[in-house]
Design a binder for this molecule. Sequence first.
Ligand code: PLP
Length: 357
Amino acid sequence: MTPWGRFFLPGPTEVRLEVLAAMSHPVISHRGPEMSALLRQADPGLRTLFRTARPVYVATASATGLMEAGVRCGVRKRALALVNGAFAERFRDLVGDCGRDCESYTVAWGEAHDPEEVERRLRVGDFDAVTVTHSETSTGVLNPLAEIAEAVRAVSDDILLLVDGVTSVGGAPVETDAWGLDWTLTGSQKAMALPPGLAFGTASARMLERAGTLPGRGQYFDLLEFDAQWKRFQTPQTPAVSLIYALVEQLGRMEQEGWDARLARHQQMAERCWQWAEGRGLQLFAPAGYRSPTVTTISLPPEQPGSQVAARLTERGYTIGAGYGKLKDTTIRLGHMGDHTVQELDALLTELEEVLA
Ligand SMILES: *Cc1c(COP(=O)(O)O)cnc(C)c1O
């Protein structure tokens, strides 16, 4: 077994032993008081994580499930999709897959969206929703979400902002209520450092109101069902009970570290990567000011293909991500999120230095 502190994939991320061990609790009835007590216990931590006074729903699904929930329950006729990488493309595609119209505001992979341009496009088009990827895991770009939200709010109260926060919630500042986000979601296996299998999302009052007017919401991802069940600290269907034990354990660990300290640690790890790369004349794929604190994408010279660099690190017992999709060989991606420490990251960078030498 590989020792801890060497698994730097940008999701799934490493899960600490205490969190894994929490799952060895005997399985319980998902309709009994013990289950409600668990979800009640998770509630304050989840709200702190999302910075919201609203409920945070717990879904047994990967994050894409809650992206789809956002589209089914939040897009009436037509959305503006902000596209700047592979996950943003997925969000855009989901809009069409769910039978809604979609227009893309596309910028190159590696770039962030311009809030002024978002506002301009919303003013001239007939949109009722916007999809955005906060931290684009394929490129390492962090979109200026607060400013984008401000732009959306400036145009109309009837436009809902749907946010993929998968590699941001828990690792980057996300102010659901203060920024007025209508649907914010993440998955368990990224910055929350839980095993894959759960997704979390929080909806504004406006979002639930909109959901009530939309037919064809389906059953499994109907947010009104989630909301009704949440009031009793229950879930619509059988949840992944064991993972919820891990969730409660992990939220306790996060609280112990301190929510702000957790974000500061992510920022430190990111800055360490940036300094390291720039100190070696390597180019960072994301521009300064728009770099995610959870994933760093580094451009490589042609003689050092990303897939090969990742494979050579595997031989040394370390895991990183090769580039994503079309960036497979021109970049590598370091996932420094979840419970990793600066010290562990330094050890990885030392190995990487030798591989690249
Ligand atoms: C990983 C990821 C997803 C997809 O998550 P799944 O849990 O695999 O469905 C979506 N968006 C972003 C930004 C991601 O990093």
